[in-house]
Each structure stands twice: as structure tokens, then as C-alpha cells.
Design a protein around this ligand. Structure first.
Ligand code: NAD
Ligand code: TYD
Length: 338
């Protein structure tokens, strides 16, 4: 089979490329626009594999996408391509609407036109909004109403609704997965965990938003890739699957864990002005994917966070190339005077 992986030069997409190259015989074509978040260095090893091909292009470019689908005749499309950072969506929502909503519709139109057998939309638990901190019994299930907080989550929810509409109206063979926060190798250092690791290694202050009590449900990225692999091969068309591993941690706990592993002092922690509309708590109930597809996460948080810190220690070149570039301007703009 031939699988199109969009956004495969980003964090989760690249981990999925490596997961498929290691676990299947399928041909993988990665399509990525190489925005600030895409990085070809990440795919250096994949590019040596004859089952893999990289194509640079934009999912919102209809003529280009149609030509690619006509030439390649994909069996499966897995759409990771997105603008993915909440803080950037608060600064400027427009590109989120274009890439995350229009891009999804362009890919689905091409999937219908060229007979794709399965279209999979990689979505997020953020479409469900947030949960209160004082109700640990509450978790997101697949039937929790969509209730978004940020322009990012609103754009992802809009795309999910379109996927549902294309399935019902046009018969698109589609599935959706909604995963909790991922962490692991190749995570762009604007997101919490890699930001804290890279800054702590340079003995720089660690900006924690608000009181640091917000809770995220962390999943090691390889477990997410394994879940998507199961869904595209065995999942039921028209269904939504939640993915998460019951690893709820407050941001402060996460940052302190990183500091402990690195042997750095907690005095690096600096509380800064809270994010606007900041979701309090996310927590996934993964009962459905476990019961229907037998998926269970393999990596607990203690193991995964140690592996992740080790990866950043062993791959300094990868993240230093990023933080030494235009990223400097981004950090100044978002954090100076905060
Ligand atoms: P990322 O920002 O690291 O990567 C996104 C990739 O998409 C980049 O390589 C970028 O170049 C590419 N891209 C952006 N716009 C494009 C366009 N118009 N055309 C083609 N390529 C384009 O994001 P990520 O963290 O790897 O997230 C991947 C997907 O998973 C997203 O859809 C995101 O919503 C979803 N998700 C992420 C998490 C998480 O914790 N990171 C959790 C759940 C779901
Ligand atoms: P992030 O990695 O941006 O993921 P998301 O907002 O999609 O969950 O942020 C994770 C949590 O960490 C979130 O509650 C915001 C918080 N955070 C900080 O406290 N400081 C930071 O510098 C960043 C980037 C995030």
C-alpha cells in the first residue's frame, strides 16, 4: 500500500514516518510545506530508505494536491499537517483557519476524487475544551460535546466537523483520532517540554504560565503513532477514537521533573502572565480504542520523560539549529515583558 503522510517533517508526523518504516512494508510519501515547524534534518534517516519519498508542498494548494494524488494514487492519507501552537493562534489566528480547515477540505476533495480507501484526520483532545481541576472523575469521551477555547482548537474542531460531513454526505472513508499532549523526540522547542529542557540546559529561566497548576495528559509520541497505525488498518470508518494513557500532570510537576532529571535548580522557574483563555485540565478516557482495537500505551511518564530528556541531550545539534535561527525573535516577541 501507499500511504500519504502530510506534515511528516513535524513532530508527530516524523515519528509516524519512522514508526511505519520500521513496522510495515508500505510505501510512505511525506508531504510537507516546511513551515517554521517542519525540518528536513528530522527526516535525514528516512530519506535513505527506498520505501520513503519526500515532497515539498502545501495542503491548501488545490491544483498541486490534485496533481500529486493523480500521480501517486494513494491508498491511505493520514493528515498531520497543521498549525499546532496555541500561543501562535492567539497572536494570529488566520493561518490556522487556512491550513487546518481549508487544507483538510482540499485533502478530502482529492481523496474522494482519486479513490483513497481511507482518510485519517489527526485531531486533538483540545476540541473538547477543558475540565475542572476539582473533578478528577471527569474525562473526555468520544461523545463529550465539542467546546473549544483557542483559535487553534476551534480550527481543529472545524476540521473534525468537516470530516464528519464528508463521511456522511459524500461517503468519504474517514476516521478521526483525538489524542492528548504528546512528548518525545523531534518536539519543536516552543512547546512546554522541549522548551523547558532546552532552556534548562542553557541555565535560562523557565517561563511557567499563571500558577502552573494547569493539567495536561501526557502520551509518549510512539504510543500515539501505534494507535494511529491500528486505526488506519483496523478502525471502523466514520468513527472517532480518543487516544491517551492516563498520565495527568500539572505543568509545575512536569517542569520540576525535567529539572530533577537534568540536575538543575528549581530557582530557574519563573511564573509569567497566564495564557489568554488557558484551558485548565485535559484528560482522555481511552476505553473505546482499548476495547475495540486492543490499544494500550507502552511507555509510562517516568520512563518516557527520561528517554525524552536523554534524546535532547544526545541531539543538541537538532534543537540548537532551531533555537539559533529566527526562533530567537519568536521567543523575544512572546516572552519579553510578559
Ligand atoms: P508540528 O507543528 O510539529 O508539525 C506540523 C507540520 O505540518 C510541520 O512539519 C509543518 O511544516 C507542516 N505544515 C504546516 N502547514 C502546512 C501546510 N499548509 N501544508 C503542508 N504542511 C504543512 O505539529 P505536531 O505537534 O507534530 O502535530 C501534528 C498533528 O497532530 C496536528 O494536526 C496537531 O493538531 C495534532 N496533535 C498534536 C498534539 C501534540 O501534543 N503535539 C496532540 C494531539 C494532536
Ligand atoms: P503546550 O506545550 O503549548 O501545549 P498545549 O497548550 O497545546 O497543551 O503547553 C502545555 C502547557 O504548558 C499549557 O498548559 C501551557 C503551559 N506552558 C507554560 O506554562 N509555559 C510555556 O512557555 C509554554 C509554551 C506552555
Amino acid at each position: 500500500m501507499k500511504i500519504l503522510v502530510t506534515g511528516g517533517a513535524g513532530f508527530i508526523g516524523s515519528n509516524f514516518v519512522y514508526y511505519e518504516l520500521a513496522h510495515s512494508d508500505d510505501e510512505i510519501v511525506c508531504l510537507d510545506a516546511l513551515t517554521y515547524a517542519g525540518n528536513l534534518e528530522t527526516l535525514e534517516d528516512a530519506l535513505k530508505n527506498e520505501k520513503f519519498k519526500f515532497v515539498k508542498g502545501d495542503i491548501t494548494d488545490r491544483a498541486f494536491i490534485n496533481k500529486l494524488f493523480e500521480e501517486e494514487r494513494f491508498d491511505i492519507v493520514v493528515n498531520f499537517a497543521a498549525e499546532s501552537h496555541v500561543d501562535r493562534s492567539i497572536e494570529n489566528p488566520e493561518i490556522f483557519l487556512k491550513t487546518n480547515i481549508i487544507g483538510t477540505s482540499v485533502l478530502m476533495d482529492a481523496s474522494l476524487k482519486y479513490g483513497v480507501k481511507r482518510y485519517h484526520q489527526v485531531s486533538t483532545d483540545e476540541v473538547y475544551g477543558d475540565l475542572p481541576l476539582d473533578r478528577p472523575d471527569l474525562m473526555f469521551t468520544e461523545t463529550t460535546p465539542i467546546h473549544t477555547s483557542s483559535p487553534y482548537s476551534a480550527s481543529k474542531a472545524s476540521a473534525d466537523l468537516l470530516v464528519g460531513a464528508y463521511h456522511r454526505t459524500f461517503g468519504l472513508q474517514a476516521t478521526i483520532s483525538r489524542c492528548s499532549n504528546n512528548y518525545g523526540p523531534y518536539h519543536f522547542p516552543e512547546k512546554l517540554i522541549p522548551l523547558m529542557i532546552s532552556r534548562a540546559l542553557n541555565d535560562e529561566s523557565l517561563p511557567v504560565y499563571g500558577d502552573g497548576a494547569n493539567v495536561r495528559d501526557w502520551l509518549y509520541v510512539e504510543d500515539h503513532c501505534a494507535a494511529i497505525d491500528l486505526i488506519i488498518r483496523k478502525g471502523k470508518v466514520g468513527e472517532v477514537y480518543n487516544i491517551g494513557g492516563h498520565n495527568e500532570k500539572s505543568n509545575l510537576e512536569v517542569v520540576k521533573t525535567v529539572l530533577r532529571i537534568l540536575g538543575k535548580p528549581e530557582s530557574l522557574i519563573t511564573f509569567v502572565t497566564d495564557r489568554k483563555g488557558h484551558d485548565r485540565r485535559y484528560a482522555i478516557d481511552p476505553a473505546k480504542i482499548h476495547a475495540e482495537l486492543g490499544w494500550l500505551p507502552q511507555t509510562d511518564f517516568d520512563t518516557g520523560i527520561k528517554k525524552t530528556v536523554e534524546w535532547y541531550l544526545n541531539n543538541k545539534d537538532w534543537w540548537e539549529h532551531i533555537i539559533n535561527g529566527e526562533y530567537q525573535d519568536y521567543y523575544k516577541k512572546m516572552y519579553e515583558n510578559r
